[in-house]
Design a protein around this ligand. Structure first.
Ligand SMILES: *Cc1c(COP(=O)(O)O)cnc(C)c1O
Length: 219
């Protein structure tokens, strides 16, 4: 199947999932994850109408997205991979949404750049729902305090929470935990679900899913 066909298939599975969960049509947005794919491979998805994309590396994204954004109005680019503070300036300049705020140092670096560049980047806090040592994210027990620190002390708005469940576990309980934490923080946006589990995520209340290989093919 072509990228257009695979994109169409993922979108219809999202719409079916919304209907099955009794959710409004269009309540889940699709972040098409284009990491490792070059501009040539991404253009068909843009031509088919997709406007929201995700990348996990700042440096890689800088190599293709300034050009792609200049070609088409209305592109919304999400950073979904770990951010180092020395890349905060580049990340704030290029990305519209940063989904991986996971420690005070990075929250402060991003806050300073948002002010300096006067660029209203939308932010998500990444939660390590499986407490995996190799994975980034705030521990579930520390999430409410961290969101409050971001809002009150650092002064940045947090739009929602994001998680990547452990690869070898049933993702449902992780999605449910993220939804519960968001509710307790008064947040309504949930970034969860990838190619293998986005329909489950829609069932558990995802407001955006991050899908790569099901659209662009294996990496
Ligand atoms: C790569 C990646 C995805 C997409 O994964 P697929 O399995 O290809 O859909 C989603 N979220 C994050 C954080 C990723 O790094």
């Amino acid at each position: 199947m072509s990228v257009e066909e695979q994109l169409g298939d993922v979108l219809s599975r999202i719409r079916e999932g919304e209907a099955a969960a009794g959710r409004h049509d269009g309540s889940v947005s699709l972040v098409a994850v284009s990491k490792t794919f070059d501009a040539e491979a991404i253009r068909p998805a843009i031509a088919a109408g997709q406007r929201i994309f995700g990348e996990n590396r700042v440096q890689e994204a800088l190599g293709k997205w300034p050009e792609l954004k200049a070609e088409t109005a209305g592109i919304e680019l999400h950073l979904i991979g770990p951010l180092q503070s020395n890349k905060a300036a580049d990340a704030v300049a290029l990305f519209d949404v940063i989904e991986t705020i996971d420690r005070e140092k990075i929250a402060r670096a991003v806050a300073a750049e948002i002010t300096r560049q006067a660029k209203p980047v939308r932010l998500y806090v990444q939660v390590n729902t499986g407490l995996e040592p190799q994975k980034a994210g705030i521990a579930p027990d520390d999430t409410i305090a961290f969101v409050n620190l971001c809002r009150e002390t650092i002064g940045i708005p947090v739009e929602g929470l994001m998680c990547i469940p452990p690869a070898d576990e049933n993702p449902g309980p992780h999605f449910a935990l993220l939804a519960k934490l968001a509710e307790r923080c008064g947040l309504t946006k949930l970034s969860m679900g990838m190619s293998g589990d986005f329909e489950t995520a829609v069932q558990f209340g995802a407001t955006s899913v991050r899908v790569g290989s099901a659209i662009f093919g294996t990496r």
